[in-house]
Design a protein around this ligand. Structure first.
Ligand SMILES: [Zn+2]
Length: 425
């Protein structure tokens, strides 16, 4: 990454830029967003003499957005080019709406161009397995970013039929795939290694390490991960060739790691909740937005020599954790890492219920037909190696059940957020 003057960027230059943009953003939202003019009534831009001063500012939550997203707008609705409606994870509450102006979308296209240059170059053929039908959708912005890079983007959308997508990959001689982890895993496993791309970018809030490893093995390709969410303007950070962690999109976003319980900032290197502030967005800027994702900054320098901050891969979401037995915490990430390495496993759903005072963890497993026989045993023994499950079983507080679903891979699986369905009182 180089600065506009062509000289290499320094840490000082990035932080000086961030401080200027931060002050501008605070002044802009206080003046133009009804929500922030109230929320930040006592917090002036002039009060920011360094980036650390932002710690005194209040957080913004998903709940705040859900309550009344229009109150966040800093421009008239006629200037909004794109509205993204995000479904809620629970059954209650209104959906979240995120608004973007044309300039906001330009920033994302620039980031996609920059980020994709790590794994694709001019002339490379990139199949985009992300929603892209509508102008301004993530797939559409990525297509534009690739065009800017001189690469050839091929819009596809989510995988609905594995065979069809594999045929397209072969016919189009695809070099690089961009998509959602579980969907790409299905392509690799159902295709038995056919149509191997050279590079893959897994784009999601978090990518199980096990999926990354299986893809590398089955296809012999390089796998990169991208961290992003709609609220960030889709793009947040991307891995470099050293696979040392994500390099953050620091020109547009200011990231913090906080204690999810007290809200206090954590020291560099400590694991906590990821919080970000938009620095360059005009339509709907967000100040100290709590993502609910868990990670930490890696204090050591990446071998690539970047001056950008590096963040460890996301380990999952805070709200998705469930308690087993006395005090054992089970995360979706722990299940992912335990189960995805099993040969022939495509995906799974997981639910937790209570029967006669005892918790019951039920796994619905989607597997290749050819791996059906042994699968139940393999799943059970993999589950029993997860420490929290093992401990709860030993306390006789938990029972396990596994159902192998032989109807094959369900189209569109993996597109939403995967989580443990907890139906206990
Ligand atoms: Zn690097």
């Amino acid at each position: 990454m180089v600065g506009e003057t062509g000289k290499p960027l320094t840490r000082e230059a990035i932080e000086a830029h961030q401080l200027i943009k931060l002050r501008e953003t605070i002044a802009w939202v206080r003046q133009n967003s009804p929500f922030y003019s109230r929320h930040l009534a006592n917090f002036e831009a002039a009060g920011l003499s360094c980036l650390k001063d932002l710690e005194r500012f209040p957080f913004t939550t998903a709940e705040d957005i859900r309550n009344d997203p229009l109150q966040f707008l800093c421009v008239s609705q006629s200037e909004i080019k794109r509205v993204v409606t995000l479904p809620t994870s629970g059954t209650t509450g209104d959906p979240k709406r995120i608004y973007f102006t044309e300039d906001d979308q330009e920033l994302t296209i620039d980031f996609f161009c920059d980020g994709m240059s790590t794994l694709a170059g001019p002339g490379d053929r990139v199949l985009i397995l992300l929603p892209g039908e509508r102008p301004g959708s993530v797939g559409d912005l990525l297509l534009k970013g690739l065009f800017r890079l001189g690469a050839i983007g091929i819009p596809h959308g989510l995988v609905k039929d594995v065979e069809t997508t594999l045929d397209i990959m072969e016919r189009e001689r695809v070099d690089t795939l961009v998509g959602i982890p579980v969907q790409i895993l299905a392509l690799a496993r159902l295709g038995g290694g056919r149509a191997a791309p050279r590079n893959i970018l897994l784009s999601t809030d978090y990518a199980p390490k096990a999926v990354t490893e299986v893809l590398r093995e089955l296809w012999g390709c390089e796998v990169f991960t991208h961290y992003g969410m709609t609220e960030m303007g889709f793009g947040g950070a991307v891995e470099c060739q050293a696979h040392f962690g994500y390099h953050m999109r620091e020109g547009d976003l200011l990231f913090e790691i906080i204690d999810p319980v007290t809200g206090h900032p954590f020291q560099e290197g400590e694991r906590g909740e990821v919080v970000f502030t938009t620095l360059t967005r005009r339509g709907m800027p967000l100040i100290r937005y709590r993502t609910g994702d868990t990670s930490r900054f890696i204090p050591e320098n990446c071998p690539c020599g970047t001056v950008l901050k590096t963040m460890e891969q996301i380990k999952g979401r805070i709200e998705g954790n469930v308690r087993l037995g006395a005090s054992h915490i089970l995360t979706m990430a722990a299940l992912d890492e335990a189960l995805f390495p099993l040969p022939g496993l495509l995906d799974f759903s997981v639910s937790l219920s209570c029967e006669k005072g005892k918790d019951r963890l039920h796994l619905g497993i989607y597997a290749l037909e050819s791996h059906g026989e042994e699968m139940e045993k393999l799943v059970l023994s993999a589950l029993q190696r997860v420490p929290s499950i093992q401990a709860a079983c030993e306390e006789d507080a938990l029972s396990l059940s596994v159902e192998i679903r032989r109807e094959g891979w369900i189209p569109m699986r993996g597109a939403g957020k995967r989580r443990i369905e907890d139906s206990r009182e």
